[in-house]
Structures are given as structure tokens and as C-alpha cells.
Design a binder for this molecule. Structure first.
Ligand SMILES: [Cu+2]
Length: 139
């Protein structure tokens, strides 16, 4: 009986998460591998919710970092692996990792237009060329 109760609670949580996702205005998929992002340039509108889904097609864990950006309502879902989430748990403003072969989703609202550098914070990856650009355009 106890297990049934827990399962029902989990299901309720999942349903809630899906309902939240459907409000995303901009949804994009980004592929990660050794060593880059595809696409490397991501354009999103300011002031609206963005949902980026990362698919790691590489053999090792990668992440997505943007620092020095004004964002709100940051959350992460999926196979984020051993390190780092967004928001208060990260040293960076946006930070989500994705396990090898995994998928993870980063939700945020960018508040100001501008061009922001993207990089992978796994040691040596930025130097190997794992960088990109997040372009936030005003409405
Ligand atoms: Cu990487």
C-alpha cells in the first residue's frame, strides 16, 4: 500500500512538471558532443520563458554554462548527472550538465537583450572548442 501511495505522488509530480513545460514560449534542442554544441548559436527572445533540451550524443558528460546573464525562473530537469544544477546551486547563472547519451532540460527567462558566451565547464572542453553564443533579442 505504501509503494502505491508513493507512486501516485510521483505521478502527480510528473504531471505537474509537464504542465509547467507546456507554458514555454521558446523550445529548442541542442546536441552536445566532443567538443561542441549544435547549434552553437542560440537565439531567444528577452522576457519570455525559454526551454532548452540538451541531447548528449558524446561519450562523456558535458555541460552548458552561461555566466554574467540576468535570468529568472531557472530550473533543470532530466539526466543532469553528478554535477551542478541551475539557480542557487551553481556558481554560474545558467549551468546544466548532461550525462553521456542522456537528455536534460534547462528552463529560464532571460531578462536583458545581449550576446552571452556559452561554454562547457568540464576541464579542457572549453579549450577544445566547446563554446557557443546565446543571443537574447528584445521583443
Ligand atoms: Cu564538454
Amino acid at each position: 500500500m505504501k509503494i502505491t501511495t508513493i507512486s501516485a505522488s510521483l505521478l502527480a509530480l510528473l504531471v505537474t512538471a509537464c504542465a509547467k513545460d507546456s507554458t514555454a514560449v521558446t523550445e529548442m534542442s541542442v546536441v552536445m558532443n566532443e567538443f561542441g554544441y549544435q547549434p552553437a548559436a542560440i537565439t531567444v527572445p528577452a522576457g519570455r520563458q525559454v526551454m532548452l533540451t540538451f541531447e548528449n550524443e558524446g561519450q562523456i558528460e558535458h555541460d552548458f554554462v552561461v555566466d554574467g546573464i540576468d535570468v529568472s525562473a531557472v530550473s533543470c530537469e532530466g539526466e543532469v548527472g553528478g554535477h551542478h544544477m541551475g539557480g542557487d546551486h551553481s556558481e554560474f547563472d545558467l549551468h546544466i550538465s548532461t550525462t553521456a547519451g542522456g537528455k536534460s532540460t534547462l528552463i529560464f527567462t532571460p531578462n536583458q537583450a545581449g550576446k552571452y558566451r556559452i561554454f562547457c565547464s568540464v576541464e579542457g572542453h572549453e579549450e577544445a572548442g566547446m563554446v557557443g553564443e546565446l543571443i537574447v533579442v528584445s521583443n
